[in-house]
Design a protein around this ligand. Structure first.
Ligand code: PLP
Length: 370
């Protein structure tokens, strides 16, 4: 592969296939896979990711907001798309683009039914979201009678699935809490199914739920981070392959004498002779301020180069005093080896945040050697 000559995010589709197949190998036959492609496919490119997954046999997609689903529909994606967190203001668009809302409260259920009614819709696919302990969005168990009552009065909706979300599926110390969540969801779902008269798809697991809680797989699982190559744990990371690699290049090399300062606010002062490399990536590309002042690092010619001083809008400067390198050399911010989880951890954050921060300004390069 050719070396980066500017800041680029490589998207490796062979790695995506590998991750999809690995996660699938954890499921009983017949369990469906929903792929979460929200936040631009975890910072990559939702359309590229969705088209590839559609080709290799995904069952469902999910996005957070209607606008993300519209982008996929306009790109020609035909697979059902669940909108996890829609607002009533987008209900008309949801219907026009044949997206499927997760309805999580009396208010959203009532308003969606009203929008369907005014659009003369019948049996429109919807999903009912239950809160089983995350306390973020979702109906509670005590709302089942109310939901039943609302649904019995209308033929506008067809409930495709009942879902809930785990709060701590990656935390082994929270096993008891998670089992409780699974049981709560089971009980709530059974109680709604009894009055519904038909059995929707049940789903509760995210990536760590897939890996750690086979008892929470139900009829479908929802995987996001795992597809992109991260398993929230070293032993799973070792089985997965990061899809995105963020690369850049050395623009210029500077030499600082002791006492000279570097960058804004003179946040770094050289205490000895220091060689620095300036790299064209900064806040506006998704490198947040917390990576500055030696919290973050990049890889240049197989060696770690720590970020010196403050991150700028369009640049960072790194310490290459002990690295043999030249202007024009490639710089790895993260790739399959120096992965985003490791880079994020040193700065007190997680792979999810580093990946989804990569801004549209960074050019995407799709690598497809399938
Ligand atoms: C984002 C999200 C997921 C995906 O979680 P991962 O940990 O990335 O697998 C699944 N379900 C819901 C409701 C989400 O919001």
């Amino acid at each position: 592969m050719s070396k980066a000559k500017e800041t680029i995010l490589e998207i490796n589709l062979a790695h995506l296939t590998h991750n999809f197949n690995y996660l699938k190998s954890k499921l009983q036959p017949g369990v469906k896979i929903l792929s979460v492609v929200k936040a631009s496919g975890y910072g990559s490119d939702a359309t590229v990711i969705a088209k590839h997954l559609e080709k290799i046999g995904v069952d469902y997609f999910a996005v957070a907001y209607a606008s993300e689903g519209i982008v996929l529909r306009e790109a020609g994606i035909k697979t059902p798309i669940l909108v996890l967190h829609p607002q009533p203001v987008s209900f008309q668009n949801i219907i026009e683009y044949r997206l499927e809302p997760s309805l999580y409260s009396s208010r959203t259920l009532r308003k969606f039914i009203a929008t369907l009614t005014s659009n003369n819709q019948k049996d429109y696919p919807v999903h009912i979201k239950f809160n089983s302990g995350l306390n973020r969005i979702g109906f509670d168990e005590i709302d089942v009678d109310h939901i039943t009552d609302q649904l019995s009065k209308t033929d506008t909706v067809h409930v495709v699935s009942l879902l809930s979300h785990l709060a701590a599926s990656e935390d082994h110390t929270e096993r008891e809490f998670t089992i409780e969540q699974i049981n709560t969801f089971k009980k709530t779902a059974e109680s709604l199914i009894r009055t519904l008269g038909y059995a929707p798809i049940l789903h509760q697991s995210n990536t760590s739920g897939i890996l750690n809680y086979p008892e929470a797989h139900f009829d479908m699982v929802r995987t996001g981070i795992g597809l992109y190559g991260y398993g929230n744990e070293a032993k799973y990371d070792a089985q997965l392959r990061p899809v995105a690699s963020l690369k850049s290049v050395i623009s210029q090399i500077h030499s600082l004498e002791p006492g000279e300062s570097l960058g804004y606010n003179r946040a770094f002062i050289a205490s000895s002779f220091t060689k620095t490399a300036t790299i064209p990536i900064g806040h506006a590309d998704g490198i947040s301020r917390q990576y500055g002042n030696k919290n973050g690092f990049v890889i240049i010619n197989h060696k770690r180069a720590y970020i010196l001083g403050n991150v700028c809008m369009d640049m960072i400067m790194v310490d290459v005093t002990d690295i043999d390198c030249n202007e024009g050399d490639e710089v790895i911010i993260f790739d399959a080896k120096s992965n985003a989880a490791k880079v994020a951890e040193r700065s007190g954050t997680i792979s999810y945040e580093l990946l989804t921060a990569i801004s549209p300004r960074v050019k995407r390069l799709v690598i497809d050697d399938n």
